[in-house]
Design a protein around this ligand. Structure first.
Ligand code: PLP
Length: 401
């Protein structure tokens, strides 16, 4: 394939995993099989002993449908190699077990499941973890000096869309010989390519933008061949590989990723600007707003601001729940990144399992509503939000809007 222009992600999305079969199918065939037969023991040993890259056994990831998906995933993030997993959490768990055994530092907010794994479950196995908020970043050097081997963070983060400087954090981690892994789920490779900024591994819940249609559950890691090989051994024996049928569905979705994400970006900007003007909205967390805390950094390290935003409403958790319940186009459902708009109240979904005190410490207010802006007409989405906010208006001035 002709090397695409650096920005030609659209070309990579369509051709990155191209593996035409013997019949010329432009889509990777679905090898829905657990095992592959060989003509001879010598041919089998060539594959097992790595002299030839062949198909062998699907749980090992050695299946052509997975190979096609993984080359597309690697191409999109500018990585040498990629691994596909049964879910985003499966990807994170394999990453932490393979590369985080010397200790893991999580910087900033993260998805609730990631926080539970890091904060409660991995320590049960004797793996040391540190959860540092932005105002504790001055401790990072000391924690790394204690021997932590992996720095992990989301940017933009869930649910406050907080930005972290990938190049700066990578420089600190690398000074101590630690690796850096970035959960790039919210941005997608269309808006941000962490490996180009110095990260060692990129992680995705492919359930979100990469899949894009709320019809598949998958995860991915991208990085150097050496690191992916180290994690691949864990994936093999944790048994967390992605099923071939889902891999083919994800390959299909990747082809439209740039087009979808560009539309998510444009619509989220329109919704964010409209909500920033609304009197019932105390604050809009969206990196595309010029007065957002992370705006300058977003302009420097992102190519688009993404389809996710979080509203902080005036009022309490019950007021926010009432607004969510009145929305008609935004479906009240956890998850994000699909063609349809979704709304969640983080304290009842993604961050429900954190204690109220921990949510407060992280600035995750009960009055927050997280929006995943879908591909509907953005004016319809704004109108839906305005009607839901109007119905719960508490003052005559609000009522007139
Ligand atoms: N990372 C982020 C940012 C997420 O939002 C999620 C899920 O919501 C995950 C990881 C976990 O992904 P999955 O549900 O595919 O296991």
């Amino acid at each position: 394939m002709v090397a695409p222009h650096r920005d030609a992600l659209a070309t990579l999305a369509v051709h990155g995993g191209a593996a035409r079969d013997a019949h010329g199918s432009p889509n990777p065939p679905i090898y829905n099989t657990t095992t592959f037969a060989f003509d001879s023991t010598a041919a089998l040993l060539d594959v097992i002993e790595g002299r030839r890259r062949g198909a062998l056994y699907t749980r090992y990831g050695m299946n052509p449908t997975l190979y096609a998906l993984e080359s597309a995933l690697a191409a999109l993030e500018g990585a040498d190699a990629a691994l596909a997993f049964a879910s985003g959490m499966a990807a994170s768990a394999a990453l932490f077990l393979a590369l985080g055994r010397d200790g893991i530092v999580c910087v900033g907010d993260a998805y609730g499941g990631t926080l539970e794994l890091l904060g409660e479950q991995l320590p049960l196995l004797g793996i040391k973890t540190w959860l540092l908020q932005r105002d504790q970043l001055d401790r990072l050097d000391a924690v790394l000096a204690e021997g932590a081997g992996l720095v992990f963070f989301e940017t933009p983060s869930n649910p406050r869309l907080e930005l972290f400087d990938i190049a700066a954090l990578a420089a600190i981690a690398h000074r101590h010989g630690a690796l850096v892994a970035v959960d790039n789920t919210f941005a997608s490779p269309v808006n941000q390519r962490p490996l180009e900024l110095g990260a060692d591994v990129v992680m995705h819940s492919a359930t979100k933008y990469l899949g894009g249609h709320s019809d598949l559950t998958a995860g991915a890691l991208m990085g150097s061949r050496e690191l992916m090989q180290a994690v691949g051994g864990w994936r093999r024996n944790l048994g967390s590989v992605l099923a071939p049928e889902t891999a083919a569905l994800l390959s299909r979705s990747l082809r439209t990723l740039p087009v979808r994400v560009q539309r998510h970006n444009a619509s989220a900007q329109i919704v964010a600007e409209a909500m920033a003007r609304h009197p019932r909205v105390a604050r809009v967390h969206y990196p595309g707003l010029p007065d957002a805390a992370g705006h300058a950094l977003a302009r420097a390290q992102m190519r688009g601001f993404g389809g996710m935003l979080t509203l902080e409403l005036h009022g309490d958790g019950a007021d926010a729940a009432a607004v969510a319940d009145r929305l008609r186009l935004f479906a009240l459902a956890p998850s994000l990144g699909g063609v349809e708009s979704l709304v969640t109240q983080p304290c009842t979904t993604s961050h429900h399992d954190l204690s109220a005190a921990e949510r407060q410490r992280r600035g995750i207010a009960d009055s927050m509503l997280r929006l995943s802006v879908g591909l509907e007409d953005p004016d319809d989405l704004v109108a839906d939000l305005v009607q839901a906010l109007r119905a719960g208006a508490t003052s005559p001035a609000d009522e007139r809007r």
